[in-house]
Design a protein around this ligand. Structure first.
Ligand code: SF4
Ligand code: SF4
Length: 343
């Protein structure tokens, strides 16, 4: 696929042209943090952002969504999707790789989701090489960053006064045709390689993945889980901020006087007590220790092992660092791995 080098001064014009074709969502500063939000110009985005509070999965799996409306006499109506093409601008490598993992569940898995497939299809992705990882990031050790190997339409890499823009799809080629820029030289590709090496030197955290599934399975009764269970607040922030968590609950909301209702699904979290509640009040993960072990184990340990076939041997965690950054109890899964290894 081709590429262009775009002067930073010309990025605004490029975004403006893209906005004629797409609804654009980009990283925007909110207080001391960042969110992915709708933008109409390049000036509204902060492309030096660290991590957004919620990952871009919110665009593909909304926090709550109607599956269908029903009438008690038998009528069922599915919601109509009227949204046009959209574009996520500036998605980091970890979050892009998270989408590729979600694709394994919702596009290639046993129960594909038509609504997820529609949203993926209509959403273009402009990725961004991460040149300034935050103190909690560890994507390099998870093999998901700091620059993506694929899965994007366009990949931007900051070269100082210019962006190297590489297309990764036919849609990306069409998008780049709208940008003013010059041809890519060998020096630009070298500049990209240097930017990636420089980013790699900044990581402060890492996870050693060697034998990690066996490590977790051997340590199901390790006292570390009891200690973490005592610290854990069961608030659900870690799961809600995780770009690869995909569990949901299905509920019915009945109209009064019960002539019909709505069936909807909403995000759920394995760290919450009700998640594992079954009929007659049974609960197979009543302890917070068991629930935090499930969250960390699914992300780093048995997420890639045979019980969870959807990830085909890959860890579910992409090393975005959000669960560490936002956990009010200071629980850090990279430290948990070290403790299990006795380091
Ligand atoms: S487990 Fe934590 S670090 Fe890993 S992807 Fe989820 S939020 Fe990011
Ligand atoms: S964010 Fe921290 S305290 Fe809250 S549920 Fe997750 S691990 Fe527990």
């Amino acid at each position: 696929m081709g590429g262009k080098v775009i002067a930073k001064d010309s990025l605004g014009e490029f975004v403006s042209k893209l906005s004629e074709r797409y609804r654009i969502f980009g990283p925007r500063k909110k207080g001391t943090e960042w969110i992915f939000d709708e933008v109409r110009s390049a000036e509204e985005m902060d492309l030096r952002y660290s991590t957004t509070i919620l990952p871009p999965r919110k665009f593909f799996i909304p926090t709550s969504e109607r599956i269908f409306s029903f009438k008690m006499d038998g009528g069922v109506e599915e919601p109509e999707e009227r949204d046009g093409p959209s574009l996520i601008f500036g998605i980091h490598s970890c979050d892009l790789n998270a989408l590729l993992l979600l694709d394994m569940v919702f596009l290639e898995g046993e129960f594909p989701s038509p609504s997820y497939a529609r949203r993926r299809e209509r959403t273009a992705l402009v990725a961004l090489t991460c040149i300034d990882p935050s103190e909690n990031c560890f994507c390099e050790s998870m093999g998901t960053g700091p620059s993506p190997a694929g899965g994007y339409d366009v990949l931007l890499t900051d070269l100082g006064r210019e962006y190297l823009a590489e297309s990764g799809s036919r849609r990306g080629e069409e998008m780049l045709a709208l940008a003013k820029g010059r041809a890519v030289t060998a020096a630009d590709l070298e500049g990209k390689a240097k930017a990636i090496e420089c980013a790699k030197s900044k990581f402060k955290k890492k996870v050693d993945l060697k034998g990690i599934d066996e490590l977790f399975l051997r340590n199901l009764d390790n006292p570390v889980w009891k200690r973490l269970g005592e610290k854990d607040l069961a608030c659900g922030i870690c799961v809600n901020s995780c770009p690869t968590c995909f569990c949901f609950d299905v509920r019915d909301q009945l109209d009064f006087p019960m002539v019909g209702g709505v069936r909807y699904k909403e995000w759920d979290a394995c760290v919450l007590l009700e998640f594992s509640q079954v009929a007659l009040g049974g609960n197979f993960r009543r302890d917070r220790a068991a629930r935090i072990r499930q969250f960390i184990g699914h992300n780093l340990g048995w997420g890639g092992a045979s019980q969870f076939r959807e990830f085909k041997g890959r860890a579910k965690c992409v090393g975005c660092g959000r669960c560490i950054r936002y956990c009010p109890a200071g629980i850090d899964l990279t430290e948990v791995v070290k403790e299990l290894r006795g380091i």
